[in-house]
Design a protein around this ligand. Sequence first.
Ligand code: ADP
Ligand code: MG
Length: 469
Amino acid sequence: MRDSASMTSEQWGLIKEELRETVGRNNYKTWIEPLELTQIDNDVITFHVPTSFLGNYVSRNYGDLILFKVNGMSPDVRRIDFKVAANKGTDPAAKRAVQSTQSEKPVIHKKGLDAVRTSSQSAVASAPLDKRFTFDTFVVGKPNELAHAAARRVAEGGPVTFNPLFLYGGVGLGKTHLMHAIAWELQQQSPELNVVYLSAEQFMYRFVQALRDRRMMDFKELFRAVDVLMVDDVQFIAGKDSTQEEFFHTFNALVDQNKQIIISADRAPGEIENLEERIKSRLQCGLVVDLHPTDYELRLGILQSKADHFAMQYPDLEIADGVLEFLAHRISTNVRVLEGALTRLYAFASLVGQRITLELSQDCLADVLRASDRKVSVEEIQRLVSEHFNIRLSDMIGPKRVRTFARPRQVAMYLCKQLTSRSLPEIGRRFGGRDHTTVMHGVRRIEELRNQDAQMAEDLEILRRALEG
Ligand code: ADP
Ligand code: MG
């Protein structure tokens, strides 16, 4: 067996990096990482896989994508073989290599459309759906209620009322989640429907692949036999002219047949540059809804729902009051970051076997918190708090320890701890050079009072709102 390594392991490493970007970390870990490049011989690239199931799955769902990426480095490769690594040569399963493209797919295409509709393998393969992305796990709030309602409506099936449904919004606001939720719901209610979810990038890979294999007729037929088509992140095809062209035709064919189409993008159709005008206007024909940036209430709702989930996973782990509120205030970038922060927090707390407190959160999430710092300054907090309690700024910072000054000072310290990323020693320095233990004591005291004293809780809430305004 000649090891004509026209691809080095570094090159494969680079491809894997790209694949990770495209498929996401979880999919990558499950499906791509186990692939072991063994050889490239003429036009066949061979990977060892631990099980034939994995080979099959990867072939069906990522075959085109891998081939596309491999071709960037080794343009001659036309086919991928997945061989089960164990019992090489003796196990018939190993010989019966699972093949990704040409040798398997023609079987599909010869069957024609009737067969295509009855067997899930012979239809356009949908990209894998994330189990967690269902309507049950989607938290609804003001910023996303319209998008959610529209998605629900589409997921009910029934007559197509708006076509396409165009969902847009910034990164991490739930577009993909909603699309998967629609797909899950439709699959459950109408399993006979051919529901296909793809990223625009995957659409392009398949298109390019079909072009190269001279299977455009099959490509067209297969796509036009889809009942519900979802294309995620359609801004990706901006500037890619032939892909746009084909997308446009597929789109029109499906709309003409009254098939539901759902599209997402990171901005409104009219704002996607390098997208043909006729496509823009087609995309605007249906219902265009946007997902707004999250607000505090929605973030808190999402955190609570995730925390409930974690509570089942880590039954022994306690979370202190106020931590979720703190995170909802401080991390306002996007839901993915918010979720990542909570995941990290639980994992960390369970590793060190500690209760999740505000302090633990600040230590564990320092980088995230810094990145989404709201830029409330210590000075601002001191000024506002002294106004609120009617004391002079100099008394807040000065040495006097009488209660009338000490309590507001502690409130200000507490807010500095909550709303800025300053460390305890730093905060101490800005309060007239006090020791960090004094700050810590003050913060604790206010935490206690907040739970015991309704007036204090209210004061804190008013101040926080004013500061974050
Ligand atoms: P997008 O596709 O808009 O970039 P995603 O749908 O991938 O964003 O969402 C990012 C992460 O945030 C996902 O893990 C998703 O489950 C979660 N998420 C977003 N919005 C919500 C929500 N309203 N409720 C629960 N989880 C959400
Ligand atoms: Mg997405």
